[in-house]
Write a protein that binds this ligand. Structure first.
Ligand code: FES
Ligand SMILES: [Fe+2]
Length: 326
C-alpha cells in the first residue's frame, strides 16, 4: 500500500504547476518540476514549449540553446528539436538529413499561458488547469513577481499563504498591530476548492487607509492560493501564490498580483511591493518548519484549533486530490 506521501507526490505529477514567467521567455528558461529538468521557451512563431532539458545526443543543456522558428537547437552540436512534438528535425553534422536517428526526440509537455506564467503537467492530468470563477469576468491585468525559492513543500507553503493566526506575530511591520483572537472563520469547501470570506482588518500598516474591503480567500488543491480583494472605493485586485515543487520538499514560489482593468487604487507595481514585503516576513519562519511538508502519514503529532479551519479544509481538498490519483 502506498503511503500518503507517495500519493501526494503522484497526485502532484498529475497536477498543473507554473514553470516560468511569461515575461522571461525572450530566451529559454531552465525549470525543474518534481525532479524533472525542463526547458521552457517561446519559439519565433510565438508558440510556447515545455520540454525535457536534456539533449538525447550527448546530454547538452537545451536551456542554453538557441531558439529557431519552431524548434530549439542544442548548444553542443546543434541538433534541433521541434517545439510541437520534440522530434529531432535537424542534425547539422549529417550530409543526408533523412538519416536522423528516428527515435531521437525530447519529451514534450503541455504548455498553458495563464496569470502571467507558463504552466505544465508532467503526467496524465487529474485536474483542470486553474480557472477560478471570481476572476473570469474581472478583466485582470497580471504582474508576475520574482519567484522565491523555499526549502519546504507545496502544502506547507499554501498553508502559510492563507493562514490568518500568524499575522500579529509575523507581519507586525507590514500590517501593524492586528488582533490575536481569530473570529469564527467562514470557510466552505467544494471538492478541490476552499473559500473563506473575511473583511480586511488592516490595523495601522500599509493598507490602513484603503477603506472597506472584503477578502475572498480561495485555495485550489494542490497549488493555488489567492486573495481577491473587493474594495468599496477601488474595485477588485488579486494576490495569488503558485508554489511549484522542484522536489517534494522544495518549492519555487511563483506568484503575482493582478488589478482589474478599471481598478482605481494603487498600481500593480505598488501592490507587488507591499505583498512582497509580507512574503519576505514569512520566509524565515516557513523555511525552518519541521517537518518540511504536511505530515500526511502522521509522522509527527500536530494539534489544531478553530483558527486552523482554513488549512484543515485545504488538507481535505488535497486528500481528495490524492484519492483521484490513487
Ligand atoms: S549534445 Fe546536443 S547536439 Fe550533441
Ligand atoms: Fe504570512
Amino acid at each position: 500500500m502506498s503511503s500518503k506521501r507517495e500519493l501526494a507526490e503522484a497526485a502532484m505529477r498529475r497536477s498543473w504547476f507554473p514553470v516560468a514567467r511569461t515575461a522571461d521567455l525572450d530566451k529559454p528558461v531552465a525549470a525543474t518540476l518534481l525532479g524533472v529538468r525542463l526547458v521552457v521557451y517561446r519559439d519565433r512563431s510565438g508558440a510556447i514549449a515545455v520540454q525535457s532539458r536534456r539533449c538525447p545526443h550527448r546530454g547538452g543543456d537545451l536551456s542554453i540553446g538557441e531558439v529557431h522558428e519552431s524548434s530549439i537547437a542544442c548548444p553542443y552540436h546543434g541538433w534541433e528539436f521541434a517545439g510541437a512534438d520534440g522530434a529531432c528535425v535537424r542534425v547539422p553534422s549529417l550530409a543526408d538529413q533523412s538519416r536522423i536517428p528516428p527515435r531521437a526526440r525530447i519529451r514534450t509537455y503541455p504548455a498553458v499561458e495563464r496569470f502571467g506564467h507558463v504552466w505544465t503537467v508532467l503526467e496524465e492530468p487529474i485536474t483542470e488547469m486553474y480557472d477560478p470563477e471570481e476572476w473570469r469576468d474581472a478583466d485582470l491585468l497580471w504582474l508576475a513577481a520574482d519567484p522565491i525559492d523555499s526549502p519546504v513543500g507545496v502544502g506547507v507553503t499554501i498553508e502559510n499563504f492563507r493562514d490568518v493566526a500568524h499575522f500579529p506575530f509575523v507581519h507586525k511591520v507590514s500590517m501593524g498591530p492586528t488582533p490575536e483572537v481569530v473570529e469564527p472563520l467562514d470557510v466552505k469547501r467544494d471538492g478541490l476548492d476552499v473559500w473563506m470570506f473575511r473583511p480586511l482588518n488592516a490595523g495601522s500598516g500599509e493598507w490602513a487607509n484603503d477603506g472597506d474591503c472584503m477578502m475572498k480567500y480561495h485555495c485550489i488543491a494542490p497549488g493555488l492560493a489567492s486573495i481577491t480583494y473587493e474594495y468599496a472605493k477601488f474595485g477588485v485586485r488579486v494576490v495569488a501564490g503558485f508554489p511549484s515543487p522542484t522536489s517534494y520538499e522544495n518549492v519555487k514560489i511563483f506568484w503575482g498580483v493582478a488589478n482589474a482593468r478599471d481598478y482605481a487604487g494603487a498600481s500593480l507595481e505598488e501592490n507587488l511591493r507591499v505583498e512582497e514585503m509580507v512574503y519576505l516576513e514569512d520566509l524565515p519562519i516557513v523555511e525552518d518548519l519541521d517537518p518540511r511538508e504536511i505530515p500526511w502519514d502522521a509522522e509527527v503529532e500536530e494539534f489544531s484549533v478553530p483558527a486552523d479551519m482554513f488549512t484543515l479544509n485545504y488538507r481535505r481538498s488535497f486528500l481528495e486530490l490524492m484519492r483521484r490519483a490513487g
